[in-house]
Design a protein around this ligand. Structure first.
Ligand code: RIB
Ligand code: CA
Length: 309
């Protein structure tokens, strides 16, 4: 029986690939998609999640909207320049109209999935960690129902939003510190250091595009990101950060991890949102440090190609 998986997401181009990948992994059953502010505003991330599920023919998966802003300070910056202002590379209007959003909020839908589960639930936050922090603070009695959290975020050596901070953590450093440093739930963190190394080459995208209509739509969504990466890095590739995390969530052990005690710099200063490796107590975070990258590329492609069968 597949394990329940909830993807908490801010679609987002790489979120789009990650969400479709989760649906294509037989090891898991996507019990819900919960949305959060991040790359673009909450209304857009929520509509995008619904559009993507409708495109995949999976409107059976509920979409529940979560936090529209961080826990403490206002979001410092969005990522419309990376994902387009529509969040999906300018292709949002090529996707179906989103179905109605679940009447309950993300935290209550997450809690409902945990209460109903008869086996450990995996949570895969691939945006800011605000919803997860709120869930763990509001329903500590449900943490034993969480098998593992697999989060994309943070950077050990060099950020993408500031010189030291990665976007998801930088969006809500207090939430990230809460989840990574103060909670006891087992967590695997997939940081930018590894996801950048796992960027898919251009020919990978071309093979996805040739896979059928849904795959072609997904490949078209990534083109905006691909063009920007090529222009800024001089490499024909597209970093699908969130898809790397979702493959690990579905297939534990895909990534090689090392235990680290982490904290997040929350001071309102230049280093805000920076991940710190500490010697503190508490449960260590399993930080993904390496992977068989060509095997990972092949596995993600192989699974995505099944969405058109
Ligand atoms: O830093 C990469 C992360 O920030 C990804 O989750 C991407 O979607 C953006 O949200
Ligand atoms: Ca994301």
């Amino acid at each position: 029986m597949p394990n329940p998986l909830v993807i908490d997401t801010d679609p987002g181009i790489d979120d789009a690939v990650a969400l479709l990948l989760g649906l294509a992994c037989p090891e898991v059953r996507v019990a819900a998609a919960t949305t959060v502010f991040g790359n673009v505003g909450l209304a857009t991330t929520t509509a995008n999640a619904g559009r993507l599920l409708a495109m995949a023919g999976r409107t059976d998966v509920p979409v529940a909207a979560g936090a529209a802003r961080p826990l403490v300070f206002p979001q410092a910056q969005r990522a419309g320049e990376v994902h387009h202002e529509d969040g999906l590379g300018g292709r949002a209007d090529t996707l179906p109209t989103p179905p109605p959003v679940h009447p309950d909020g993300a935290v209550e839908v997450l809690a409902g999935v945990l209460r109903a589960a008869d086996r450990p639930v995996t949570l895969a936050p691939i945006g800011p960690l605000t919803n997860i922090a709120l869930l763990l603070a509001s329903h500590p009695e449900l943490t034993p129902k969480i098998g593992r959290i697999v989060a994309m975020g943070g950077a050990i050596s060099g950020g993408n939003t500031t010189p030291t901070a990665e976007f998801n953590v930088h969006c809500d450093p207090e939430a990230a510190h809460r989840v990574l440093a103060e909670e006891s739930v087992p967590i695997t963190l997939v940081p930018l250091d590894l996801t950048l190394r796992c960027a898919m080459p251009g020919e990978w995208v071309d093979r996805l595009a040739a896979g059928g209509p849904r795959c072609a739509t997904l490949a078209a969504i990534t083109e905006y990101y691909r063009a920007r990466f090529r222009a800024r890095r001089g490499v024909d590739a597209v970093p699908l950060h969130d898809a790397v995390a979702v493959l690990e969530a579905a297939c534990p052990g895909t990534l090689r991890t090392e235990p680290m005690h982490l904290a997040v710099d929350c001071a309102p200063a230049a280093d805000r949102g920076t991940l710190r490796v500490t010697n503190a107590g508490g449960r260590p975070v399993e930080v993904a440090v390496d992977a068989d990258i060509s095997a990972l590329h092949a596995e993600i492609l192989r699974r995505l190609l099944t969405i058109d069968t």
